[in-house]
Design a protein around this ligand. Structure first.
Ligand code: SF4
Ligand code: SF4
Length: 524
């Protein structure tokens, strides 16, 4: 099929593979097809709900994904057969599992304690009597709720109060009714007799025996003690990664968040990016529930897919390159590359340029200095420091390596705010703090620096995931050497900040400069 997209030079696959067949996945597919981009769905189940004529691989799964943007090769298994599928870009919108959150309330599921979806489907215990029975919804008390669950709770509570004539309570911590139509739904539920009890500082005490559930609480507004013995209690359901997520994560070599969803806890990945360029996670694959969240993600995914297929996604100016003659095949580069840009070809590593994010971590970690990462090679950086040293008259000279994702924007904002850099400070912008090797640090000292500072992202929000941690561990290594030779260990230090922390940047630099001034110029 011809595509309206103007493909980047060398692009060999102009299609999108969508993993999943739910409403989020279908919206993404429809948006891409409206842009005349060929779409292939790969789904574990059958193609229910997907428009007729769509290209669907049913009851299929991906077992491996190689390559980079514009040229992915997926290994697919379907009905016992194995084959490959090309893809220009991939989006994963696989369904998670809805699981009742009863354990968070210290409850077991029983005829009286039901998952919210069962109550929403009208599945009530036989003991419930219209006009007599009490229903309680335990909503968002154990963890943050989301608007999709809130909508289900309010709809169900409204139905029980209005149609079943049950005395209905919703016990909640933070009822968010800002979403589409939720405020109106809330008012309708209250008018139908639903009692909403909000807990800000306290929590209800819940006891459960074979005979009954007892919920006791003190109303925070009136101070009155209430005890309810509901005939049915509904507990929220939370979205959890399904067993398929582990297999997808392994096939695509994705970093997950702490719960196991397919997008790492890292602000740089929002809204739909993963650690691999050209592979995106949307909707349930990144832990989102609800129609509105899925629609928003479908829009974001369609934009991101279009951008990468057109070759318009920002790309790194510098790429790592392996000198195979120097390589001893230790595979350190393969292990440390967050972006999965190092491929092993017949036991030899090779960097895939389309997948390389230009962080330089592999070059700094290679024990054989077999990875070229121009223009940040230690010898070139040292030569630059020597030149800068010759141009400056200050007796005390310091060097700061600044991560381009965090410290550089923070410094630029500080400049705009009128900050003047200390005259003896030489700043070197680098793509990632993790690109600074021990050789870079030693080179700076050999060039006459009295102190060396490396500033990177916060470790849990590092664009390269572990770049800041790599930098810190190398600095520690050098500090340990300094300890052994009785040299002040704090002549080399690291710091972390976010891109908007201009004041923090100034404070870090000033503290560093003052500390190094206290040590004085190094012996020549
Ligand atoms: S880290 Fe260096 S020596 Fe080890 S496999 Fe990679 S390129 Fe080769
Ligand atoms: S420079 Fe970074 S992204 Fe590129 S291959 Fe090396 S570690 Fe991977």
């Amino acid at each position: 099929m011809a595509t309206d997209l103007e493909l980047k030079d060398g692009g060999v696959a102009d299609n999108v593979v969508i993993i999943g067949g739910n409403a989020c996945a279908r919206q993404i597919g429809e948006k891409m097809e409206a842009r005349n981009v060929p779409v292939v769905y790969i789904i574990r189940e059958t193609a229910a709900g997907i428009q007729p004529g769509a290209n669907v691989l049913e009851k299929a799964g991906v077992t491996d994904c190689r390559g980079g943007v514009g040229d992915f090769t997926l290994s697919v298994r379907q009905n016992g057969k194995r084959f490959t599928q090309r893809a220009g870009a991939v989006v994963i919108a696989e369904n998670g599992d809805l699981r009742p959150d009863h354990e968070a309330y210290g409850l077991d599921l029983s005829p009286r304690v039901r998952p919210l979806s069962e109550i929403a489907n009208g599945d009530l215990p036989d003991t419930v009597r219209p006009g007599e029975s009490v229903a309680v919804f335990l909503h968002g008390l154990a963890r943050e709720s989301n608007p999709a669950t809130t909508r289900t709770v309010m709809n169900s509570a409204l139905t029980l109060a209005r149609d079943k004539d049950l005395k209905t309570y919703v016990l909640t911590r933070n009822l968010k009714v800002a979403g589409n139509g939720l405020e109106k739904l809330y008012r309708s539920a209250r008018e139908a007799g639903v009692v909403f009890v909000k807990f800000t500082w306290t929590a209800p005490e819940i006891r459960c025996s074979h005979q009954e559930i007892q919920v006791s609480f003190t109303d925070e507004a009136t101070g009155v003690l209430f005890t309810l013995t509901p005939d049915v209690a509904a507990v929220d359901e939370i979205l959890a990664p399904s067993p398929a997520f582990k297999q997808i994560q392994a096939a695509f070599k994705l970093r997950t968040d702490s719960a196991g969803f397919l997008q790492a806890d890292n602000v740089h990945r929002f809204p739909v990016e993963t650690n691999r360029k050209g592979i995106f996670a949307a909707g349930p694959a990144r832990g989102l529930l609800g129609e509105h969240a899925w629609t928003a993600d479908a829009g974001a995914a369609a934009e991101a897919l279009t951008t990468v297929l057109q070759g318009k996604a920002p790309d790194s100016a510098h790429k790592a390159e392996i000198n195979r003659n120097q390589c001893v095949r230790c595979l350190t580069c393969y292990r440390v590359c967050t972006y999965r840009a190092v491929r092993i070809d017949i036991a030899r590593p090779r960097v895939i340029p389309e997948a390389c994010a230009g962080c330089g971590v592999c070059a700094a970690e290679c024990p054989r200095e077999a990875i070229r990462f121009n223009p940040y090679e230690p010898s070139a950086v040292s030569a630059g420091i020597v030149d800068a040293r010759l141009e400056r008259s200050e007796e005390l000279f310091t060097v700061a390596f600044l991560c381009g994702r965090s410290a550089v924007p923070a410094r630029e904002q500080a400049f705009r705010n009128g900050w003047n850099a200390p005259p003896g400070l030489f700043m070197i912008d680098v793509p990632c703090a993790g690109s600074i090797s021990v050789n870079h640090l030693l080179g700076a000292f050999q060039a006459g620096a009295g102190g060396v500072l490396v500033i990177g992202c916060h470790p849990d929000n590092c664009h390269s995931e572990n770049g800041t941690l790599h930098a810190k561990s190398r600095i520690k290594e050098l500090q340990n050497i300094f300890d052994k030779i009785d040299h002040p260990r704090d002549r080399v230090v690291s710091a972390s900040l976010a891109a908007n922390m201009d004041a923090g940047f100034v404070r870090i630099v000033e503290e560093f400069e003052n500390r190094i001034a206290g040590f004085g110029a190094p012996d020549k």
